[in-house]
Design a protein around this ligand. Structure first.
Ligand code: LIP
Length: 279
């Protein structure tokens, strides 16, 4: 069976994709947390502060192999490696460590993000259909499948709870997450946007992991989130968790979320915040 954005997997398949995402993301997240060497070997990518650690690479290799074994005909797009073209219409989009700089500094806010998407994440029109975000130090995972809701998992007790978006309607009372790019010219533009936002909201939180930000919004523990410059792997799983929790995730204008801008939260706040950050 081949899936396209207009021909989605059935509920059984969506459940299987979600459970597979949780299983492989949990395995990778546990390895990332428990095997963290005291001295982390790193290299850099787009700038000299855009780091990749040896554990990013190990995590992505583990995810790639586990997903290949489970679903050999699917595609694969990861932050650190080469794209793999599939034949099923399902592509796995993974961030092996979302929040790499936090991980480098041994700060607890990082996650492994794994999503099954239909459509090409390298072009407009793709969408997540199942996914998991696993935060091993917080001991929490969030999962979602299209039309089947979003769930928070306590990784210590195994307890689960359905998550739903917060109801704050007033932007001036909203706790808003955001993040910044690695390039200094982009950061200058982001700082100018922040000047407009900061006086109009309760406060800002820059937690350092987009996937975690999006899941915390889904969970009502942030009221909204915006960021420009996100890649599909930062966005994919958290996007679905948030929309399945009753929220909206949009881009500039009436577009889908994209590299230009992601704005997320309940619809009332998103309409106010999008105007502010895309003007
Ligand atoms: C990170 C994002 C974060 C953003 C950081 C970085 P990475 O992803 O999750 O929201 O502000 O600049 O892009 O690079 O740790 O996978």
């Amino acid at each position: 069976m081949t899936y396209a954005p207009d021909r989605l997997p059935d509920h059984v398949t969506l459940t299987e994709l979600r459970d597979l995402a949780l299983r492989v993301a949990s395995t990778a997240a546990t390895m990332v947390r428990d095997d963290r060497p005291t001295r982390l070997d790193t290299s850099t990518k787009s700038t000299d502060t855009d780091v990749v650690t040896v554990m990013d690479t190990r995590s992505e290799a583990l995810l790639r192999e586990a997903l290949r074994i489970a679903r050999p005909e699917d595609g694969f797009v990861g932050e650190e490696g080469a794209d793999l073209q599939g034949s099923t219409g399902i592509t796995w989009v993974v961030d092996p460590i979302d929040g790499t700089v936090n991980y480098l500094y041994d700060l607890p806010l990082y996650a492994v993000s794994v999503a099954a998407v239909v459509g090409s994440p390298r072009a407009p029109g793709w969408r997540p259909v199942a996914g998991a975000v696993v935060s091993p130090v917080l001991g929490t995972a969030w999962t979602a499948a299209l039309g089947l809701g979003a769930v928070r998992h306590d990784l210590t007790t195994g307890d689960t709870a359905v998550v739903s978006i917060g109801t704050e309607a007033q932007l001036s009372h909203a706790l808003v997450g955001t993040g910044f790019a690695y390039r200094s010219d982009t950061r200058l533009a982001q700082a100018c946007t922040l000047v407009d936002v900061l006086p109009r909201v309760r406060d800002i939180r820059r937690l350092g992991s987009a996937a975690t930000d999006l899941c915390l919004v889904a969970d009502g523990r942030l009221d909204a989130y915006f960021e420009s410059g996100l890649n599909p792997w930062d966005l994919a799983a958290g996007w679905l968790v948030l929309t399945e929790a009753g929220g909206v995730v949009v881009g500039p204008g009436a577009s889908e979320p994209n590299t230009l801008m992601v704005v997320a939260g309940n619809r009332t706040l998103v309409e106010q915040l999008r105007t502010l950050v895309t003007s």
